[in-house]
Design a protein around this ligand. Structure first.
Ligand SMILES: Cc1cc2nc3c(=O)[nH]c(=O)nc-3n(C[C@H](O)[C@H](O)[C@H](O)COP(=O)(O)OP(=O)(O)OC[C@H]3O[C@@H](n4cnc5c(N)ncnc54)[C@H](O)[C@@H]3O)c2cc1C
Length: 394
């Protein structure tokens, strides 16, 4: 742990092993990889230090949704769209699988469709903005969805799908081979000061340090997270294998509960009707912060989730009851007999009630970057671009 009040760093550079780089990135999740990629493109010599033998955090446990539609209109959507464009560049450059699938918000109730209409009106000036589509059009885009009761949908063309299990390793390989980024795995950083990063007794030097350690920056800079009301969020997730090899959902899918989850819908006047209805019809879903997202990857597998539990530490067990609630709601718009669940896991990210990300410089030349919500895949490259261009780093 680092004493942020101390003015005289206690670290000294070991004469035994020194590595000279322009920048050190701590953490090889997507936020660290995005910083490494953009720094390398600027011609910087970059070292990435990762605690695990390979990335196993939120960046490989998510839906793989690059989801600008979930961002409030304005600067956050602009950052997400910039991020989406940078994602495309790096995915194309590295030959990593992705699809520009777009997304469908399905409405099975009139108040849900009204919220979607209101949102489309607000977003009409946006490049690649969303549009309302009829039930027939939605079913053409996504043949497996339930047609009974479908009132309409909002289609957004701006979303990408990546397979997070492939992307982290593919980008790591690409950055190493194409951009000469040095990766050291199994290196748990224990101390950081201006220009100096320590892993046990091993010391690394660079002009700049970027700390991108996901839900655990509290280990290195506890004041930055816990003292300002950040909690951890635990999510339950599932992967499913369709029974038919030809099963395709098309765009990313979600339905009514998702309207309550992303704050992009907050300005829509009808949202309060939807919230009140779900509070009386599906209170367990609101208590467990469950909403439904489904993505489909190149191998046909579906990623399904999720629930949200907030705290500082959690029981290490998944709750079957929550998985069942997730599947029950999923079945209201995507018949579950078409696939079987083959994996279940938990994921974690830091969550702040109002802030989307944190960029802080606890020491000159040291920048801590953390996404404080479940949107880090979407924001990653846009946030790194913002950090590297802006004055936020001292
Ligand atoms: C279940 C789930 C679903 C999600 N779905 C989506 C989605 O579809 N779209 C979206 O936009 N966002 C999604 N998110 C959010 C997104 O995945 C995260 O915001 C993002 O992955 C955070 O990336 P990161 O690099 O900050 O963290 P991480 O991926 O956790 O990476 C941090 C890395 O730092 C390393 N590290 C930690 N401490 C040290 C240390 N001391 N020394 C060295 N290395 C260290 C860790 O080992 C880890 O590899 C989801 C999150 C979860 C959990």
């Amino acid at each position: 742990m680092i004493d942020l009040n101390s003015s005289s760093p206690s670290l000294s550079i070991s004469p035994s092993r020194q590595f000279l780089f322009d920048a050190i990135v701590v953490g090889a999740g997507i936020i660290g990889l995005a910083h490494a990629a953009l720094l390398a493109r600027q011609g910087k010599r970059v070292l990435v230090l990762e605690r695990e033998q390979r990335a196993i955090g939120a960046s490989v446990r998510n839906f793989g949704m690059i989801w600008p539609i979930g961002q409030p209109l304005g600067p956050m959507r602009d950052m997400a769209m910039r991020s989406r464009d940078l994602w495309k560049e790096i995915l194309d450059e590295s030959g990593t699988w992705y699809e520009a699938k777009g997304s469908l918000h399905l409405a099975y109730a009139d108040d849900e469709l009204e919220v979607l209409r209101e949102f489309v009106d607000l977003a009409q000036e946006e490049p690649e903005g969303p549009a309302i589509v009829s039930p027939e059009e939605a079913s053409r885009m996504s043949p497996p969805i339930r047609q009974e009761g479908l009132r309409g949908a909002m289609y957004s063309p701006s979303e990408l799908c990546v397979d997070p299990r492939l992307t982290a390793s593919s980008l790591t390989r690409h950055l190493s081979e194409r951009w000469d980024v040095t990766f050291r795995f199994g290196m748990s950083v224990t101390d950081i000061r201006s220009g100096i990063v320590k892993v046990g007794s091993e010391v690394f030097e660079a002009d700049e340090v970027f700390v991108c350690v996901g839900p655990t920056p509290g280990d290195l800079f506890p004041e930055l997270l816990w003292d300002r009301g950040v909690k951890l969020c635990k999510l339950q997730m599932m992967r499913a294998r369709p029974k038919s090899p030809n099963y395709r959902i098309g765009p990313h899918l979600c339905a009514g509960l998702t309207l309550l989850h992303y704050n992009n819908f907050e300005p829509c006047p009808s949202l309060s009707w939807v919230r009140d209805r779900f509070a009386s019809e599906l209170p367990e879903y609101l208590e467990n912060h469950i909403h439904l997202l489904v993505s489909q990857h190149g191998d046909g597998a579906l990623t399904i989730g999720d629930s949200h539990e907030y705290g500082r530490s959690f029981a290490p067990f998944s709750d079957d009851r929550i998985d069942q609630l997730i599947l029950d709601y999923l079945d209201t718009f995507l018949p579950c007999e078409e696939f079987e669940i083959v994996q279940r896991w938990q994921g974690f990210y830091p969550k702040h009630p109002t802030e989307s990300f944190l960029v802080e410089s606890p020491f000159p030349g040291v920048t801590v970057v953390n996404v404080l919500s479940g949107i880090g895949m979407t924001l990653s490259f846009g946030l790194a671009d913002h950090v590297l261009k802006s004055e936020v780093r001292a």
